[in-house]
Design a protein around this ligand. Structure first.
Ligand SMILES: [Zn+2]
Length: 314
C-alpha cells in the first residue's frame, strides 16, 4: 500500500492507495499548523494513523509514504528550506523526521511537481510527454514534465515560475521582489487587491457580504452573473495567465497545459476560452497548434493522487 499526504497552508489531504495508485481511502481536514514542526508532524502522523486504522490496515501493510508540500525543498538532504506558506518550518529535515514518526520510507516533493505527476499519470495529461501544470491557489506554482519525466532543475530549484517578473516596478510579492507573476495571479495577492478595490455597488461585494470577506471565488460567481467589475477582474486575471502560458510555450513547447484551482473553478466560458484566444495572439501558431490548455482532470481528488504519486516514485 501507498500512503499519500498533501500538506498545504490550510488543508491536509491524506490518501491510502494500492501500488497502482487506485485510491482506497482518503480524507481532507484543516492543517491547523502551529508553527512548531515537531508538534505539527506528530499531528499529521496521528491523522494518517487514524485513517489507516479506520481502513482496517496497519503500518506494516505500507511500502512507502509520499509527502507533497510547498517548496523549496533540498532533495539531497530531504529537508524543507523556508516555505512562505508554512510559517515556522525553516530548514526541517522532513524526510528523516517524517520517516521516524510514520515508520515508513518517505519521499518529499514540491506540491506543484506532485500535482504535475498526478495529472500526467492519471489526469488531463495522460499520454503526453511534455506537460506544464500551473496552480494558482495561495501562490503560483508550476510543475513540469519534460521529455516524459519530472523536471526539477539544478538542485531541485525549478517550479518557481510564479516569481518570474511580468511587470517592471510592479506589485510587491510575498517573496520580496516586485512584479512577480504571483503578485497578479496568486489567490492571496488577488484577495488582498479585491479587499482594497471592490466597489460597494459590485455584485462581488454583495456576495461576500463585506469588503473584508471578498475572495476570488466571489469574483468568479459574480462574473458568471454578468457583473462589470468582476468581469474586468477576470479579464485582468486571464491576461496575466495567458502571458505566463505564452512565455512557457516559447521556452518549453508543452503538449498540455493543465490549470488547477482558480481557472478550474471559473471554467470554459470565463477563463479557458478567453485564455486560449489570448495565448493564440501572443504565441506563434506553430506552438499553439497542438498545445492543449485544459482544466485539471482530477479536480478535488488531485491532492490525494499527488501524495500517492510521490509515494509511488519512492
Ligand atoms: Zn515573488
Amino acid at each position: 500500500m501507498l500512503l499519500g499526504i498533501d500538506l498545504g497552508g490550510s488543508k491536509l489531504a491524506i490518501a491510502i492507495a494500492k501500488p497502482d495508485c487506485t485510491l482506497i481511502a482518503h480524507e481532507t481536514r484543516p492543517s491547523q499548523l502551529s508553527g512548531d514542526p515537531d508538534a505539527d508532524l506528530a499531528a499529521i502522523a496521528r491523522s494518517a494513523a487514524d485513517l489507516i486504522a479506520r481502513s482496517g490496515l496497519s503500518a506494516s501493510d505500507f511500502e512507502a509514504a509520499g509527502l507533497s508540500l510547498p517548496g523549496p525543498i533540498d532533495y539531497e538532504r530531504g529537508a524543507i528550506l523556508d516555505p512562505p506558506n508554512l510559517p515556522g518550518w525553516k530548514d526541517v529535515p522532513l524526510r528523516a523526521r517524517m520517516g521516524e514518526v510514520l515508520g515508513l520510507p518517505v519521499r518529499l516533493e514540491n506540491d506543484a511537481n506532485a500535482a504535475a505527476l498526478a495529472e500526467w499519470r492519471y489526469g488531463a495529461g495522460r499520454g503526453s510527454d511534455n506537460l506544464v501544470y500551473l496552480t494558482m491557489s495561495t501562490g503560483v506554482g508550476a510543475g513540469l514534465i519534460l521529455g516524459g519525466r519530472l523536471h526539477r532543475g539544478h538542485r531541485g530549484r525549478a517550479s518557481e515560475f510564479g516569481h518570474t517578473c511580468v511587470e517592471w516596478d510592479g506589485e510587491p510579492c510575498a517573496c520580496g521582489q516586485r512584479g512577480c507573476l504571483e503578485a497578479y495571479l496568486g489567490g492571496a495577492a488577488w484577495t488582498r487587491r479585491l479587499r482594497e478595490i471592490t466597489p460597494r455597488t459590485s455584485r462581488v461585494y454583495a456576495l461576500a457580504g463585506d469588503r473584508t470577506r471578498v475572495l476570488p471565488q466571489h469574483v468568479v460567481a459574480a462574473a458568471g452573473e454578468g457583473d462589470d467589475f468582476a468581469q474586468r477582474e477576470m479579464e485582468r486575471f486571464n491576461h496575466y495567465l495567458a502571458r505566463a502560458i505564452a512565455a512557457l510555450s516559447f521556452a518549453l513547447a508543452p503538449e498540455v497545459v493543465v490549470l488547477g484551482t482558480i481557472p478550474s473553478a471559473a471554467g470554459e466560458h470565463l477563463c479557458f476560452e478567453p485564455v486560449r484566444a489570448l495565448v493564440r495572439e501572443q504565441a506563434w501558431p506553430s506552438l499553439c497548434a497542438e498545445m492543449r490548455i485544459v482544466p485539471s482532470g482530477l479536480g478535488a481528488q488531485l491532492p490525494y493522487y499527488a501524495g500517492v504519486c510521490v509515494a509511488r516514485e519512492a
